[in-house]
Design a protein around this ligand. Structure first.
Ligand SMILES: NC(=O)c1ccc[n+]([C@@H]2O[C@H](COP(=O)([O-])OP(=O)(O)OC[C@H]3O[C@@H](n4cnc5c(N)ncnc54)[C@H](O)[C@@H]3O)[C@@H](O)[C@H]2O)c1
Length: 427
């Protein structure tokens, strides 16, 4: 069997490798010719995906990449893993999915399967995507070709093999579902068939709204408990000993990544179309977006206690990626913190062992080209304050505690050290 995976990013590449590893021949397709060239040369552009494995699978003829959609004619199935961002007004931007559909359609053959994996609102697969595929191919979904939705549950940096993560699948028809199950069964251990594409799309959104709402809850409780002189991290550690009905979530400087800050608004947008409100989604978004400003207020307070002000101060933001131990900086709250600090007149620097230099981003293009500072006593001790935004394991926090005069910690990594009073501030 040969399958194609369109979109070789954080989701598509690991999925492609999992299929290839399971003995399925995989053709990876991406519009980015540089990524295609890297993969064919056996190189990786994602830190937690080893080049050795790509090289091995390319050499074994199990995996190849291309920019040429015409090669789709020969595959049994095409899985779509392209971005689903938001527009400026927080409305869904389906342009990547629809453009991909338009590129696939002219090459679509009878009997083939197309699966959308990108996170999106319920109805996208059977309405918008089906329409572009049918229009461009003159074939009918459910009759001439199979169509399905299967959300990705990739957790970057999580060592658990994706083969072991159960995969939800919804088909446009029962035959579409059966065709999709047959393909995924080659690479994934547990499949979770659901009633239709809409249900599968909705399940993914429930998972991500659940995270956004619960993170907002602990972010709010952090403020409440701090005002009562109670450590929210101690509270969560105690609560999580309950063996049922509780699941721990942790506060932070705001939300980041391609999923949690974005996906809930796909649901909110679609809910409006059907005359429904999503108050939890809106409130969680509001609370989570307010976090960076609260963190800066805490930093100002900590600096004032050392008779320092933010204006002209040298401030180091520690951790640029949106979560620990990955190099993914999309939607990272660190950028919001850096913008707020700069707006208040601070001289802003960052350190991240996984992001040596900032690549151009859509939301924060003005930071492109900025380099991570060096990790040594002279440099680190030269900052008036260090603001821990992301707690990578590769950082030596003991050295930080020794070298820095003031540390504001949004991740509770410094609680393991005792230091001079007023030097380490939880935030
Ligand atoms: N990153 C995650 O942890 C994660 C987890 C679960 C779900 N998702 C969802 O998976 C989808 C993909 O996310 P990602 O993180 O892999 O994105 P990504 O930006 O890392 O990768 C997307 C890839 O698609 C390519 N691409 C864009 N337009 C294309 C087109 N028209 N044809 C072919 N290739 C095209 C890009 O060049 C890029 O390589 C999104 O819907 C996202 O919400 C992501």
């Amino acid at each position: 069997m040969t399958i194609a995976i369109v979109g070789l990013g954080y989701v598509g590449l690991p999925l492609a490798l999992q299929f290839a590893r399971s003995g399925v021949r995989v053709l990876g397709i991406d519009v980015d010719a540089k990524k295609v060239a890297s993969l064919n040369a056996g190189r990786s552009y994602i830190r937690h995906i080893p080049a050795t494995e790509i090289k091995k699978l390319v050499r074994a003829g199990k995996f190849a990449a291309t920019t040429d959609f015409a090669r789709l004619k020969k595959v049994a199935a095409t899985l779509i893993c392209v971005p689903t961002p938001l527009k400026k007004n927080r409305a869904p931007d389906l342009s990547f999915v629809l453009n991909t559909g338009k590129s696939i359609a002219p090459h679509l053959q009878r009997g083939q399967l197309v699966v959308l994996e990108s996170t999106t609102y319920p109805g996208t697969t059977e309405n918008e995507l089906r329409a572009v595929l049918e229009r461009g191919s003159k074939l009918k979904a459910g009759k001439d070709f199979h169509l399905a939705f299967s959300p990705e549950r990739e957790d970057p940096g999580n060592p658990k093999n994706i083969a072991q993560i159960p995969k939800v699948i919804g088909g446009y028809t029962p035959a579409c579902l059966a065709a999709a199950q047959q393909v995924y069964a080659r690479a994934i251990r547990t499949l979770v068939p659901v009633a239709n594409c809409r249900t599968a799309e909705a399940a993914k959104l429930l998972e991500n709204v659940f995270r956004s709402v619960n993170i907002a809850l602990v972010n709010e409780l952090k403020g409440v408990y701090t005002a009562m002189d109670i450590d929210v991290w101690d509270v969560i550690a105690a609560a999580r000993t309950k063996p049922f009905g509780f699941m721990p979530f942790y506060p932070g400087p705001g939300l980041g990544g391609h999923c949690i800050p974005i996906d809930p608004f796909y649901l909110a947008w679609k809910a409006k179309q059907v005359g429904q409100e999503t108050r939890f989604v809106e409130l969680a978004g509001e609370i989570n977006r307010a976090m960076p400003s609260k963190v800066i207020r805490r930093l100002t307070q900590a600096m004032a206690a050392q008779k320092k002000i933010l204006r002209r101060a040298r401030v180091l933001v520690l951790g640029l990626a949106y979560k620990a131990n990955v190099d993914d900086d999309r939607e990272s709250p660190s950028y919001v913190l850096m913008d707020l600090l700069k707006a208040r007149g601070a001289k802003v620097f960052y350190f991240d062992p996984h992001v040596p230099v900032i690549k151009p981003t859509r939301e924060h293009p003005h930071w492109a080209g900025t380099k991570s500072v060096k990790w040594n006593r002279k440099t680190i001790s030269s900052f008036d304050a260090v603001l821990i935004s992301t707690a990578h394991d590769a950082v030596n926090y003991l050295q930080l505690a020794e070298w820095s005069p003031l540390i504001v910690d949004t991740r509770n990594v410094m609680s393991q050290f005792t230091s001079a009073p007023g030097k380490i501030w939880p935030a």
